[in-house]
Design a protein around this ligand. Structure first.
Ligand code: PLP
Length: 223
């Protein structure tokens, strides 16, 4: 995508978000557009910053450090979301750099993030990633174990859980998974729903998404 097109793509996405929110009677302020900048060229990221966008998603801690550590000084109102899998040896760096982690997907990571958050005195917000399709090779908490895991995070280790996140199986109707995640969130008294990507974010909004993660529709194809 050429640079002038990026600001247009952001405007268009925001118009679509507005329209869908209106259609389903939801306040648009409750929907955060996370611009997924992973593997995008630096000039595209700068174009989106110039267009006024401040909320970004990255899937790897080291890449994100390289890109955002210095930019943070120039843009103090940046909000950075980690949307990719986290290893416990990167937990310290992740807690330092990011504002929100979407991929709390197992007890070990929950514990590591909670420990770092306490140590750094940082109220980092977290989503629990749910394996809504119960796919064997996919990361995320099984829907069957979710309630006890939410309890563990809240009561035993004091992690600030704000919602649930899912990545639907590619060969299935995403809407089913969005609806399921919404049900699981209500059951556990959680209001945040991180779901929906370039191809299906409008559908996700209809099912209550509060955080949509959109990459290629804003920046063009990666790499
Ligand atoms: C890459 C990625 C996205 C963005 O995907 P697009 O199809 O480019 O919008 C969203 N969520 C996660 C977890 C991702 O890894």
């Amino acid at each position: 995508m050429e640079l002038p097109h990026i600001s247009k793509a952001f405007t268009q996405a925001k118009m679509r978000i507005n329209r869908v929110a209106q259609e389903c009677n939801r306040p648009v302020e409750k929907i955060t557009l996370i611009a997924v900048s992973k593997k995008q060229k630096e000039d595209r990221v700068d174009a989106s910053l110039a267009a006024g966008h401040r909320v970004f998603g990255e899937n790897r801690v080291q890449e994100a450090q390289k890109r955002w550590s210095s930019r943070r000084y120039n843009y103090p109102d940046l909000r950075l979301h980690l949307i990719g899998p986290l290893q416990s040896n990167k937990a310290a760096d992740a807690v330092r750099l990011f504002d929100v982690i979407h991929t709390i997907d197992r007890p070990k990571i929950a514990v590591a993030v909670a420990r770092e958050a306490a140590q750094q005195n940082k109220y980092i917000q977290c989503f629990i990633q749910v394996n809504t399709g119960d796919e064997p090779q996919k990361s995320g908490i099984s829907p069957y174990e979710l309630s006890s895991f939410v309890d563990f995070c809240r009561k035993e280790i004091g992690l600030l859980i704000i919602g649930l996140m899912c990545i639907p199986p590619i060969d299935e109707e995403a809407a089913i998974h969005f609806g399921f995640l919404n049900t699981l969130a209500s059951r556990n008294n959680l209001t945040g729903l991180s779901m929906g990507m370039s191809g299906d974010y409008e559908e996700a909004i209809r099912f209550g998404a509060t955080h949509i993660r959109v990459g290629s529709a804003l920046f063009g194809s990666r790499g």
